[in-house]
Design a binder for this molecule. Structure first.
Ligand code: PLP
Length: 212
């Protein structure tokens, strides 16, 4: 009997078109030039191997940016979720710290993946961060009122999971949540402009739900 795969929250098969693009890029980039048979160069190098790899990367960056309507320069490729969470969360907290917020405040939920929980622990140790953990209801949703009450003038980051990796909850309030957080933080910055607060909003596994 064939096993049935039910872990699409964890990972999904690669789309056939993506698989084909990757294979073409790795195996037969420049057929007319036997010398360069695959795309393995360091894209930061100026030799022909590097230039070829950089061109492939730039194309992928442009295509990815057009999918989510942002600038290609805003796309950073990482190895996966853990690295992305580290980069995004520490990036915001370091910026807040360097800008004079010496006890950066972060709001998160009790529902987060260890890849988020662990980096928040590091932020407490390294950057003196204070972390507020919001409880979720039986379905895994945070309460917007709790979120509102948790924000302070030192809040530099709200990091709430969009799609839960264990029970599959997809937070339908993501759009509202993002707008709400941005307004709240901007409002507080206007009202209490003691620090130049870096602010950011990380919604893990962000996807645009506006057309659904
Ligand atoms: C919600 C969530 N965040 C982070 C991770 C970690 O991702 P990675 O294994 O790519 O580092 C996972 C992995 O399952 C996840 O489900």
């Amino acid at each position: 009997m064939n096993p049935i795969y039910l872990d699409y929250n964890g990972t999904t098969p690669i789309h056939p078109q993506i698989r084909q693009m990757m294979a073409e890029s790795l195996l037969s980039q420049q057929k007319e030039n036997e010398f360069i048979s695959n795309c393995f160069g360091n894209p930061s190098s100026s030799h022909v191997y590097g230039v070829e790899a950089k061109q492939s990367l730039n194309l992928a960056r442009k295509q990815t940016a057009s999918l989510i309507d942002c600038q290609p320069s805003e796309i950073v490729f990482t190895s996966g979720g853990t690295e992305s969470n580290n980069m995004a969360i520490q990036g915001v907290v370091i910026q807040a710290y360097v800008n004079g917020n010496h006890q950066p405040h972060i709001v998160t939920s009790s529902f987060e993946h260890p890849a988020v929980e662990n980096v928040l622990r590091v932020c407490k140790q390294l950057y003196n961060a204070r972390v507020t953990v919001l409880n979720v209801d039986n379905f895994g949703f945070i309460n917007l009122q709790d979120l509102s009450e948790s924000l302070t003038k030192d809040t530099c980051l709200v990091t709430i999971m969009l799609a839960n990796n264990e029970i599959g909850t997809v937070n339908p309030q993501a759009d509202t949540c993002i707008q709400y957080i941005q307004h709240s933080i901007q409002f507080q910055q206007r009202e209490q402009n003691e620090h130049q607060i870096a602010h950011g909003c990380v919604i893990s596994q962000w996807k645009d739900t506006s057309n659904n």
